[in-house]
Design a binder for this molecule. Structure first.
Ligand code: PMP
Ligand code: GLN
Length: 385
């Protein structure tokens, strides 16, 4: 059989290569400091590396059970109990996935039917919309506005229709660094309850918050009953390349989720699951020190940029800092990031790509999960502009 490319109808006609791949490629091409794609420059802890080596040598190299290794499911349930004082059933409610990306994709396929609407907040993480589109649904975008990027819940209420199936939230929020407050979650819970909606809560930066604490959807009973709460070990244990995450949902929703998960990937990398389970159990202090670790980096970068012409926006969580470059240039943020990478050796992410409307606030995102030397060098270059 031959395929005729000219007749091929794309299921994702508007999607190109992700901005993260694009900017990392450009950074490498121009030998620029890569503060664009979000990944730590430092390594995963030695303890985890030792454990994964141990399990590989021991022969733990075959499929894990599809929902996850029981020892990791148990460790996740105890992590949840310690952090959020909530009891979840590890066997029925925790599904280990190949990164948060898989969990988001599967959660969306689980609940979205053709014609359904899903509310997302722009700037929105790039994987939500394609997953909704592939499920036959439609994303309804609500723009968060410069410089505070807070949710107006009345506006959300107005966007809810009889076709609305779910709301996707991301707290702490990539790229704006905002964190939803208890008041935000109370308003959200009223809406999802009264309109009988599902919630997908992307909490991959749950352990990286600064002055404002993170509140999980798991901590609010009315949300917990209708939520898929999604997390990533990549962020928490500096191992984004291991692609390991999980989804917590009520038993009935988890069982639907697992029907799809088993045909997307069946199971995730077995030795990494065992190694992470040991890390959670043996080094519970790691998650408690993460915020302080990143706060030092955030504050260092803010201090080093003090004399620059960038306006620094507040950052309550995540490892991303937003900079407004209005005083430096009036070109759009994509052009600005290209120029910055090629001419000044610092790669960043333009924020408008996360807005369906392409609204450009003249804001770029820097990832500060980097060593001090890199942050220092990057700040020196940025201060010259
Ligand atoms: N959600 C958000 C908001 C993210 O920033 C990321 C990745 N950085 C993901 C999901 C995906 O996480 P993972 O790498 O575990 O697939
Ligand atoms: N989530 C990371 C970021 O925001 C990148 C993940 C990816 O490259 N897909 O930069």
């Amino acid at each position: 059989m031959t395929t005729n490319n000219t007749q091929f109808v794309s299921k994702l006609p508007d999607i190109g290569v992700s901005i993260f791949s694009e900017m990392t490629l450009l950074a490498n091409q121009y030998n620029a400091l890569n503060l664009s794609q979000g990944f730590p420059e430092f390594d995963t802890p030695e303890y985890i590396k030792g454990r994964i080596n141990h399990y590989i040598k021991e022969g733990m190299n075959q499929y894990a059970p599809s929902p996850g290794l029981p020892k990791l499911q148990n460790a996740i349930a105890s992590l949840i109990k310690n952090n959020y004082q909530v009891d979840i059933n590890p066997t029925q409610q925790v599904t280990v996935t190949s990164g948060a990306t898989e969990a988001l994709f599967v959660a969306i396929q689980t609940i979205v039917k053709p014609g359904d609407e899903v509310i997302v907040f722009d700037p929105a993480y790039d994987s939500y919309q394609p997953a909704v589109t592939l499920a036959g649904g439609k994303t309804v975008h609500i723009q968060l506005n410069y410089p505070r990027y807070r949710v107006d819940w009345q506006q959300v209420q107005q966007k809810i229709t009889s076709r609305t199936r779910a709301i996707i939230i991301n707290t702490p929020h990539n790229p704006t660094g905002t964190v939803l407050s208890s008041d935000d979650l109370a308003q959200l819970s009223k809406l999802v309850e009264s309109h009988n909606l599902y919630l997908i809560s992307d909490e991959v930066y749950e352990h990286i918050t600064f002055e404002t604490p993170h509140i999980s959807a798991l901590q609010i009973a009315s949300l917990r009953e209708r939520a898929f709460v999604i997390a990533s070990f990549g962020k928490t244990y500096h191992c984004t390349g291991w692609k390991l995450g999980y989804c917590i949902a009520p038993p009935a929703l988890s069982s639907e989720f697992r029907k799809i998960h088993q045909y997307v990937t069946f199971s995730s990398f077995t030795p990494a699951q065992a190694a992470i389970a040991d890390m959670i159990e043996q080094h519970p202090e790691h998650v408690n020190t993460l915020s302080e670790f990143y706060q030092q980096k955030r504050d260092y970068l803010i201090g080093a940029l003090n004399n620059s012409r960038f306006k620094i926006l507040p950052c309550q969580g995540t490892y991303f800092l937003l900079l407004d470059y209005t005083a430096i240039s009036n070109i759009n943020d994509r052009e600005f990031c290209n120029w910055l990478t090629k001419e000044h050796g610092v790669a960043a992410i333009p924020m408008s790509v996360f807005n369906q409307s392409n609204q450009c606030d003249n804001v770029i995102r820097l990832c500060f999960a980097k060593n001090s030397d890199t942050l220092k060098l990057a700040a020196e270059k940025l201060c010259q502009l």
